[in-house]
Ligand binder design. Sequence first.
Ligand code: IPT
Length: 974
Amino acid sequence: MNISQIAEKGSPKSFLTLHEDPAVQEKGTLAPRAYFVPFAPTQRIGTPREKSERLELLNGEWEFEYFDSVIDLPDRFTEMPFTKCIPVPSNWQLHGFDKPQYTNVNYPIPFDPPFVPDDIPVGVYRRRYLNKSDGMSKILVFEGADSCLYLFVNGRFVGYTQVSHRMTEFDLTEHLREGENSIVCVVLKWCDGTYLEDQDKFRLSGIFRDVYMLSRPAGAVDNYRVCADMSGEITVEVTGASAVVELYDGDTLICGGKAEEGNAFTAKIDEPKLWSAECPYLYTLVLKTDDEVIYDRVGFRTVKIENGVFTVNGKKVKIFGVNRHDSYPDTGYYADEAKMRRDLELMKAHNINAVRTSHYPNAPRFYELCDEYGFYVIDEADIESHGCVNVYQNLRWDREGGTYNGIALTASDPMFREGILHRHRLLVKRDINRPCVVFWSLGNESGWGTNFREGAQLVKSLDSTRPVHYESTHCLDGTPDDVLDVVSEMYTSVEGMQEFLQKEGEKRPFILCEYSHAMGNSSGDMEDYMQMFMSDDRFIGGLVWEWCDHAFPVGEDENGVKYGYGGDFGELHDDGNFCCDGLVYPDRTPHTGLLEVKQVYRPVRVVKRGGEYYMQSKLHFVSAEERYELRANGEVIGFELPPEGECKVVLPDDISGDSIKFTLNDRRDGHEVCFDQFLLSEEDISPAKTSANVEDVIENGLTFEVRAGGARFVFDRRKAEFTVIERGGNILEKPMAFNFFRAPTDNDTMRGDWDRLYMRSPAVKVYETVLTREDGCAVIRAKTAYGRSIFAPFARVDAEYRIDGEGRLTITASLDADDEKLAVLPRFGLRLFLDKAYDTADYRGYGPTESYIDKHQACRYGDHSAKISQLYEPYLRPQENGSHWGTKRLKVSGGRNEIVITSAEGLSFSLSEYTQEEMASKRHRFELEKCGYSVLCADFAMAGVGSNSCGPLLMEKYRVPLKGGRWSMTIEVR
Ligand code: IPT
């Protein structure tokens, strides 16, 4: 619907015509500039921006009206009565208007560019603005509005902006009158930009970042650019006016001069203190004009790609990063400074050194904080159009002979040329002065074509000091992608990375812009990727997908907030919990995956060679001893470890124990940075031999009964499982059976196969059960198979149950699983339903947090103790959790007896109030019902977790061996 056809001519509504015009990205706006905030000349250096006398924050309650359709908007909406209010910044879907929709790839609207549906949801914002003329220009700044914004002042149309995550300035000087003014913003949920902003996130709308008015005097600079490199050279270019330039190191003026339009200020300082993520040293730049001063921070640093190697200040720096979205359960897309700081502090504390602002520029303040804390930033343009993949599926894809290449539908389309180029321009223009930005990224998942090629060239023409990154080079028209400075891929397997190195003619370095998809119980492959990153200089490193779970409250219960995800908001279509794929829960509580990341990304490692211990540093710019304190089993050890160096650890003579634990603590705040543990000896946990004999063995048709050492066992021959294990009372609330299933993790993408094989509830076929007496023991041998219907049994088990004279039961089992039908078997072990009084586990294994064969870097091997509730890891979507790998001894207590399980080869155990069936059947953690038992799973083998929800299949070495495995464990009831 062309609004101008239905609106009264000349009415405010008649101006709403630009959002379906892809040639118009903005109207009435000031030229994009670098982000800065002006101050009054009297203000102290370092004054926070909110305190600037030249900045008036307009955040707060604004009047608000919402319409499901722009068609229903009154023609003269600027004069309509406003009955509601909304906080600015915010997303209106989180304030009772419209509803959130979580969609990943699929567009939320029909693909019909440049048009969007007639019924566009619209939010109208109004606030009064008191203007006191002081001779200065009044510039209204929006740091973000989704998806586009029409601005009206005192009923008159002022301008238009789209590109949700851009900063837009409107000069209101001519529009404001003395005294009270009315500012009205019309924000539409969709515009032609929606086709370029199909980022995988909850789709929310509104003015979601800060809004403020700047007062700028005549004779102020419009814009400036600072370049400062590792040689100490600094250049400051200004436009719009000349300025006095001063550079301070702390309070000391180190150089100064004048910058004029067309005549930059340049200087060279001696021995500059360089900026890096490790040592984020910043100088202060002051730009003075007659009645204004601008403060900025400057980092001297040089980013380069030379001979296929990425360097920062000449060092082969690796990116150990995360992808970060703006997503907060209370404020949606809005991150205030405290939230940004919290994210960055958490990242720092977890040894993360880089952030990709997936998939749009973050709030400008974010980059200043990255400068300050020290993060390498891959700054990404506000572009993602992967919805194209599904638009013409089976039509264009087939016709073009490519499948995934349909993603490039907008990439060469002239209709989107301006939209794409403008997004690239806005990215560079705004953030060009930020030392933290080490790569410009052209966007995400939008395919490759002429628009992107031109965009890359534009970016390079605007800034030649940073390399250009882009991942999505799927192409429909053969446009070459050689303008890109790196080869970027996502979710490539470690083998795939190895293959990259073999590619003939490819000289560029390689980065994994997304990897180790952190969805649910994940992060199982971190260390394998780390080994690969370190194996070749051409590997720049990678960024884990992603920082946080995106979810919003849908209520509260006794456990706190109930989080909803895709599908919980009445969406037309959704992508379920694919948005819960972060290293932290929505409230920033770390997932165990974040702990794994922290340990794998550790800056210093201890290795053992020839009986000696050596520390190796991944730091490039600072000696480790300046930053960290080393302890070996608690004792402080002196060391000197230069950047990129190695040193021998001199241990005190009296060091003792089963293992040596080296811990590194940050000298500034004492937090533990990382550790390395080496086992020295292992106590023999095998049960002591006994001369006692089994007392009684009774064969009873369908049962075998054994009495030994005060314990009694009943074995059901029909199912080949124990129904009674007792010493003063049966510990088994249900028969103890072999268990193959687990509540699928998000990475268990093969769960459909498991269900087709009826793995949740297989029927057992018993071929034989034989009882003999051997060496004073009772020995039951059973041959069984497990399956239910349709196929051959998916698993065959030969088991031996040996009960000795002390009443200890040793189970030895070998497995023969169907490797035709199964790639990954979730687990192989025994499940015991115990009285719920059994609520405590003392174990020697990998803890205290959950551990798996491929996810235990963050765990220490040793003795741990936990209550059943502490063994539960509350993933938003219930799934396998809380297992402990490498457990050699487990004692479960709290009930009448103590149940002790030992295994020389180590088993995985979990103790849970929830059954795997319950967890597998519920969508949310808040729906889980306790089963009334303590469910003890003692697994001979438990599959790793990997990251297959969006990544390679679980590595062979982390799977349960389908054939040839033979394991044993001993159960003793005391
Ligand atoms: C990849 C996207 O880049 C990212 O935004 C997110 O959607 C992630 O996947 C999944 O969580 S794209 C995927 C099709 C490889």
